[in-house]
Design a protein around this ligand. Sequence first.
Ligand code: NAI
Ligand code: MG
Length: 361
Amino acid sequence: KIYKIAAIPGDGIGVDITEAAVQALDKLAETNGTFSFEYTTFDWSSSAYLERGWYMPPDWAEQLRKHDAIYFGAVGWPSVPDHISLWQMILPIRQQMNQYVNVRPTRILRGTRAPVSQLQEKPSDLDWIIVRENSEGEYAGQGGTTHGHGPNAIATELAIFTRVGIERIMRFAFETAKSRPRKKLTMVTKSNAQRHGMVLWDTVFNDVAKDYEGVVEHDKMLVDAMTVRMVNKPESMDTIVATNLHADILSDLAAALAGSIGIAPSSNLDPTRENPSMFEPIHGSAPDIAGQGIANPVGAFWSAAEMVRWLGKGDLDGVADQFMEAIENVMGDPKTRTRDMGGSASTTEVTKAVCEEIGRV
Ligand code: NAI
Ligand code: MG
């Protein structure tokens, strides 16, 4: 079986970590022998935008739909305002490919230690899946500005919540929670201060919860209190569901608590499978370390492992687990960790170690 992958390395360290992911994926395929990957690489990036004035060509959606999955590095560079790069690439892809779920697992990798809380000594202390609503809410792109940015400027930023959009993410989150050993779901809102959309979230959550009574344990948190609970009682949570904005913020915090933003993966899923889903580490292009060869490729590997799991529809779970096993074995040795995890290894050294380990596990 050959899987067709659309690879979009993008900007900065997105390029390095995509290359690392491709090497590991090829090694995995070679070791396994029953499948392989065929890549189309798209040069859609901020540097290309500066040269030709566009990120993606008019037929981008059609081109992407020719693939089984999309592997994405990162987009954004200081010479282009970030709202332009995000709105010309990543957000249109997520929205038009109907990738309404963004799954963001975080846990302390075996053999490593979380940097912040003394409580977090065992991997089981922090093992979460954050389910992010990925198609509407605060990132619906609605709003406007009057009087430019002058002294009388007025800007609106409208969040849009639909019953359909909320219900499908709730069902996905409950199913995710149900599939995990602890069967616990925490829902996050700010429904005390935001009294329309967030209250609709509460209502739909209560409605969907009725279908999981006695099966999935569930509770609600306000997003501000949630940040405190994540730091102080990480072991008290398992699956978390939150809006586009809240989950974006909470997943960066989660990654930092677990070790580094450089390890965390994300899957942008179209659960109907009518469009290709997209896999990317949660971090950005990291201009502060770009070009130095020191980016942590672990988030990219983990995203690639999730891509394999998704493509296999259950048949490649063992292969994805083998990939994760190799990553964790390598992370267990401080000599093969990058700087953000307290080591001094380069991106290529970690990649080489993971590829070798894939051959062994
Ligand atoms: P960032 O995630 O790129 O970097 C934040 C900090 O984490 C930096 O100090 C960086 O060096 C470090 N870091 C990130 N990934 C790392 C890795 N793999 N290994 C080691 N250290 C790592 O976020 P920032 O600086 O806010 O954004 C930079 C650019 O990336 C902006 O243009 C932003 O819009 C864009 N961005 C793009 C995303 C995407 O493509 N999905 C997501 C987040 C940001
Ligand atoms: Mg983010």
